[in-house]
Structures are given as C-alpha cells and as structure tokens.
Design a protein around this ligand. Sequence first.
Ligand code: DX5
Ligand code: ZN
Length: 220
Amino acid sequence: MTVKIAPSILSADIMNLERDVKLAEQAGADLFHIDIMDGHFVPNMSFSPSVVAGMRQVTDKPLDVHLMIENPDAYIKPIVDAGADTILVHAESTQHIYRSIDLIKSLGVKAGVVVNPGTPLETVKELFPVIDQILVMTVNPGFGGQKFITNMTKKIQRLDQLRQTAADDDFEIEVDGGVNNETIAKCAHAGADIFVAGSYLFGQNDITERVDNLRSLAVN
Ligand code: DX5
Ligand code: ZN
C-alpha cells in the first residue's frame, strides 16, 4: 500500500493552527490526524468537534480523527457532520466496539479501531473484515512527545501477517506515537502504511525536510 504521512495537530501551535496546517500541506502531508481527548479515557484533554469543523475550513486533505474518549458513540455523528473522513475508536473505550464501527460506516465515512499498547490484537480480530484502518498505539495514549515502545514493531508485524492471510482483510495499518526519523523505518518494515507524527514535525523550522525524511525512510 502507499505510504501516507499524517501530521498530528496536537503538536501544532494552537494559536497559529491554520498557518501550521498550510505549512504541513505544502510540506507534503497526505492527511491530518486530530486527537480528541476527554480527560477520562486518557489523562489529558485536547480538541473537540469544533476543531474538526475548523480544520475542514482550511484544508481539503482527509481528516483522520482519533477518539480518546469514553462513550464514543455519542460523538461520532457530530464529528462526521464536522467534516471527518475517518473516525478511529479505541477498542478499550466501549463495550460494543462493533456497534461503534457500524455507526461510523452507516454515516458514510471510513472506520478504524485503535489498540493500546497493552491490548492484544486478538481483541479486535473479528473486526478485520469490516474496518478500513487499524491504529496501533506505539505509546500510551494521551500526550505528544513520548518515547516509541519498541516492542510494538512485533505487534505491527503480526498484524500485517494476519492481514495477509485473509483475502477480505484489506485494512490499512496506522502507527501513532513516537514516530520519527529513528523509528519510522522499523514500523514501515513491519508493515505499517499510515504514519502519524506530531512532535517530530511541528514546532520545527524544517517541516518540508522532515516530511521528506519520513517518507524516504518509510520503505516496507
Ligand atoms: C498521543 C496521540 C498522538 C500524538 C503523537 O496520544 O494520539 O497522535 O500527537 O505525538 P508524537 O508524534 O509526538 O508522539
Ligand atoms: Zn493520535
């Protein structure tokens, strides 16, 4: 599959978000990753659906919305209405993940499931034929700038192997957390397709060079 670089706006300059989004677009971003946190599912708070609507005003690139919230089903429609292209729900955040995925798909956008570092892939295996993306967390969710958990490359590799064994499992594998010039090659080699990067890309004065670096290192 094609390599996609997804800047995470969690690390953008919030007071200059439009400027940073344009810079990332010019640098070659393929899509934008938007983290929504509620202070309950994860110990931090971030953006709300109105930020998704604001992003929709300033870019035509796909908006990849990562929900780190309890009771995700209540927010799915407002986020689709705000202009999301993909919604990613944590398997750990709801007792009925299949229902959340069904709801997202019924609204006509792409659906993805997210697994925390401690969550086994087996937990989400039944979803493989119906989802568009699986996001493997390579840090514990909640904050930008954390260190990549090296063991997760084995998990990505196992996921890629599982994907290859079933004809109807054609989801993309996304990685999020600690992705930078030192870790991206391992993830790509293990089989990842979509690479979220926050602190490596934003707040730096050479974002174009950094996007190029990531893309050239992301060879599977
Ligand atoms: C963390 C978020 C990430 C975060 C990644 O919970 O889901 O999207 O922005 O930041 P970096 O790339 O700095 O690890
Ligand atoms: Zn994220």
